[in-house]
Design a protein around this ligand. Sequence first.
Ligand code: ATP
Ligand code: MG
Length: 429
Amino acid sequence: MLWLALGPFHAMENQVLVIRIKIPNSGAVDWTVHSGPQLLFRDVLDVIGQVLPEATTTAFEYEDEDGDRITVRSDEEMKAMLSYYYSTVMEQQVNGQLIEPLQIFPRACKPPGERNIHGLKVNTRAGSSQHSSPAVSDSLPSNSLKKSSAELKKILANGQMNEQDIRYRDTLGHGNGGTVYKAYHVPSGKILAVKVILLDITLELQKQIMSELEILYKCDSSYIIGFYGAFFVENRISICTEFMDGGSLDVYRKIPEHVLGRIAVAVVKGLTYLWSLKILHRDVKPSNMLVNTRGQVKLCDFGVSTQLVNSIAKTYVGTNAYMAPERISGEQYGIHSDVWSLGISFMEPLQLLQCIVDEDSPVLPVGEFSEPFVHFITQCMRKQPKERPAPEELMGHPFIVQFNDGNATVVSMWVCRALEERRSQQGPP
Ligand code: ATP
Ligand code: MG
């Protein structure tokens, strides 16, 4: 067959390409392209700009066969997407299936408008809601990720999350308590992060943990990792959460202050949200701050289940470098102790001083960093818990105010660049 030898682009040259532009929360628009293989990144952004005139779109995504979202922001990446798409088309043709359009997900920073000046055909099959999307606010999801999370939650509501439906893939990391895996959830087609912890405990305690974890279903903030469910199999619990493709902050080297500032804003908002639900995080540290290529920053591993924390603590005794002095000396733990850990977490990417309980609080060298940043860290790390900023003072701090502009692109670009660098250092797989 000649077209195989020529490669997918040539074989598809005469084919009409249908690109389905998914609009967050309100269906999709189909765009028919007659010169698919020649299509440029700019062309796609132009059309997205017409479909979503009020949003600033700088990139878009498509889904690979695992349901992982791949970002496209250049002609090179466009080529990779088209080549992937045409290979799926060929497969569909070979199997005699209907050819699915190429679905893309614009990465919009602002809520999309509903104008469609080019009269593009609205696809009524896709998308469930015809309502306009809600205004973006701190508590409302601003992009399609949350929509797929919502879909996943719906699927899960019909049945319990269970081991049979999960295919474990790579290991994402090991912690003191357990191991985190990237996993594929078969019924929903979604990628998850599953934390597996070995716990030799009674059935009674297992039940207690499961009921304590219930509150996670209610956590709904863009700054908190999405929770999909948990289950016990023999002596281990699996906790299924949203997968964050940028991983945790601890693996990133020196983070520039304008990026760190935006991350700090998200972390403060996440903590404020948890505190408003009367949940103390208890384990604020860079490895529990996750980022993704959309520029989102989310907190994970907060202590909602006392029993789970206690059960893990039995196998792990010790302190960590982020613990507040009052915690190390066994005094009462409160919001202020989370605030200490917040301060030290943001000091750490700058590879600065070590903190010791008996000594004075560490001070950042002024000059190298902005004055508001140094002040923020120093205030969070006051020895006396009560002298540390209260939640509303954190939100009103000049360092947080300065970077509280909702600019996810800064973090997104930094995550993408860091991942690319990491990939190029690792070389081809
Ligand atoms: P500790 O056990 O002391 O809390 P830790 O946070 O490093 O340490 P884990 O919570 O077990 O350990 O996580 C291990 C690693 O898995 C993390 O460092 C992070 O890189 C990765 N990880 C955890 N959750 C996710 C997630 N939802 N998406 C992507 N990566 C994750
Ligand atoms: Mg963790």
